[in-house]
Design a protein around this ligand. Structure first.
Ligand code: 5CA
Ligand code: ZN
Length: 418
C-alpha cells in the first residue's frame, strides 16, 4: 500500500560514527553496521482501529532516529513496515461500532500517514498490509508444513485452525530470553490462547484461522480463512528484506510473544540465518499511570494535539526528550518544555551567525550513534543555542549548519531553508 510523503533530509556532507543500539536478544549494546552496506530495517506497524497515540508516535520516532543515524553513517536504508489491516481487535472494534472493517482500517491508516508526515518520520520503502500479504503468508505456512511444524485444530464453526509448533524451533526463546513460566504468564494477555483444547503445547501460536460466520475470509491451500498475527510479520519481512536483516523493531510490548514467534517461524523455514541480527525495542509511554493503549482508551492523540494548534515539531521534541528505551508517562509539562526549547532553538538558528558548530555536530551525531541518545543530542543543541543567544556569534553561518544538523539527524525542522 501507499506510504506517506518523505520529508527532505539535508546532506550533512560528513560521515557520522557507526551506530550502536541495544539488542533485546543479547541484552547488550550492539553495533548494527550492515554487512552489505544497505541497512535493512523492519518495524512493526499499527493495527489501524483507532488513531495514532503518543506511544505509537514515540516508537516510530525512535526507529526514525535509527534510520537517520544509519544514513548519517553513510548507509542506504531499506525500511519495511506492515499494517495489521485484518486482525481480531480491528474486527471487534468495527463490529462494536457498526462500521465496515475495511473502511475503518483505511481511515485510521490514512490518519496515521498524516501524523507521520507531520512528525517528519521517513516513510518505509515498502508499506505492506496484512491483507495484501496473504499469498506470501500462505506460502510460508506451506513451507512450515513441509518442515513438520504445523498442525490443525478443528474449531466450532466446522473449519480448521492451523498452529505453529514452537518445539520445531530449537532456538525458541532466544529473542526474549524468557523462561516458560514468564511466557505462559503473559501469552493470553497479548493475544495468545494457551488454554485452547487440542493444542499440543499451550505456547503454540495461530498461523491461520479457518473461516467463521460473519468474519472476512480468503481462499487458500489451507481452506478459507484469515492469517494469524505473528506469521504476518515473518512473511512480510522475509519477502521484502530476506532473513538475516539488520534490525527488527517495535515497542517492548512486542518482545513476547510477537517477535519471539515471528522469529521462530522464520527460523524454521530458513534455519541457516537468524530472522534478524538484532531486536530493538522502544519503551512504553503511559498516561494516567497505565500504558497508553487503544484498548484501554487512555490516549493522547497526535491528531488531537495537531488539531488544537500544537506545532508537530514541539510534539516531536517532547518525544525526543525521553530516551527511546525508557518507560515514561506523558504530561502536558512535556509539551510546554518542548515548546520552550523549540522557540529557543529557532531564535538561535535565525540569528545566522552563532557559536562554533564543530562541538555540537560531533556531540549530536555521537549521541545518536550511541543507542539513539536523543536527550543527549537535545542537551548539545540547547547548549549551542544558549551560547549563541548570549552573544557568541564567532562562526558566520552557524545557524544554517545547526538547522541542517537538527533536521538530518533528529528530524526537527527549525526554520526556513536559507
Ligand atoms: N500491528 C501490531 C504490530 S505487527 C501492533 O502492535 N500494532 S499497535 O497498533 O498495537 O502498535 C503499533 C506500534 O506501537 C507497535 O510497535 C507497538 O509496540 C507500539 N506501541 C503500542 N503502544 C505503545 C505505547 N503505549 N508506548 C510505546 N509504543 C507503543
Ligand atoms: Zn509485527
Amino acid at each position: 500500500m501507499r506510504a506517506w510523503t518523505a520529508p527532505d533530509v539535508p546532506d550533512l556532507e560528513l560521515v557520522g560514527p557507526p551506530v550502536q543500539v541495544h539488542n533485546s536478544a543479547t541484552r547488550t549494546l550492539t553495533e548494527v553496521t550492515p554487512p552489505s552496506g544497505v541497512a535493512r530495517l523492519y518495524v512493526c506497524g499499527i493495527t489501524p482501529y483507532d488513531a495514532t497515540h503518543l506511544g505509537h508516535a514515540a516508537t516510530y520516532v525512535a526507529f526514525d532516529l535509527l534510520n537517520r543515524a544509519w544514513r548519517s553513517a553513510g548507509h542506504d536504508v531499506r525500511y519495511v513496515q506492515n499494517v495489521t489491516d485484518v486482525d481480531d481487535p480491528l474486527l471487534e472494534r468495527a463490529n462494536a461500532t457498526g462500521q465496515d472493517w475495511v473502511e475503518l482500517a483505511e481511515r485510521e491508516t490514512e490518519l496515521f500517514r498524516t501524523d507521520m508526515e507531520a512528525l517528519r518520520v521517513l516513510p518505509p520503502a515498502a508499506y505492506v498490509g496484512a491483507v495484501e500479504a496473504i499469498p506470501r503468508v500462505v506460502e510460508m505456512i506451506e513451507e512450515l508444513q513441509k518442515a513438520g511444524a504445523v498442525y490443525a485444530v478443528p474449531n466450532d464453526s466446522g473449519t480448521e485452525d492451523y498452529y505453529f509448533s514452537v518445539t520445531a524451533d530449537p532456538s525458541f526463546g532466544s529473542v526474549s530470553g524468557w523462561n516458560r513460566e514468564q511466557m505462559l504468564a503473559i501469552f493470553a494477555e497479548r493475544g495468545g490462547d494457551p488454554d485452547r483444547p487440542g493444542k499440543r503445547d499451550p505456547l503454540d501460536c495461530l498461523l491461520w484461522q479457518g473461516e467463521r460466520p460473519d468474519d472476512p475470509a480468503w481462499d487458500s491451500a489451507l481452506g478459507r480463512g484469515r492469517p494469524g498475527w505473528h506469521i504476518e510479520c515473518s512473511a512480510i519481512a522475509r519477502d521484502h528484506l530476506g532473513t538475516g536483516f539488520d534490525v527488527q523493531g517495535g515497542g517492548s510490548d512486542l518482545v513476547f510473544p510477537h517477535h519471539e514467534m515471528s522469529a521462530s517461524e522464520a527460523q524454521v523455514t530458513d534455519p541457516d540465518t537468524p530472522f534478524a541480527r538484532a531486536y530493538v525495542h522502544a519503551g512504553m509511554v503511559a498516561l494516567d499511570g497505565e500504558k497508553m493503549s487503544k484498548s484501554k482508551g487512555n490516549l493522547e492523540l497526535v491528531s488531537r494535539l495537531r488539531g488544537s494548534g500544537t506545532d508537530p515539531m514541539a510534539i516531536r521534541l517532547a518525544l525526543l526528550a525521553h530516551h527511546y528505551r525508557s518507560d515514561w508517562e506523558w504530561t502536558t509539562e512535556d509539551l510546554q518544555k518542548a515548546e520552550g526549547l523549540l522557540s529557543k532553538l529557532r531564535d538561535a538558528v535565525a540569528l545566522g551567525g552563532g557559536a562554533a558548530t564543530g562541538p555540537v555536530t560531533e556531540s549530536v551525531l555521537t549521541s545518536l550513534a550511541t543507542d539513539l541518545d536523543a536527550p543527549g543530542a537535545l542537551i548539545a543543541l540547547g547548549t549551542w543555542a544558549t551560547a549563541t543567544l548570549a552573544g557568541d556569534t564567532s562562526e558566520p553561518g552557524a545557524g544554517e549548519v545547526v538547522r541542517r544538523l537538527a533536521d538530518a539527524a533528529l528530524g526537527v525542522e527549525l526554520g526556513v531553508a536559507l
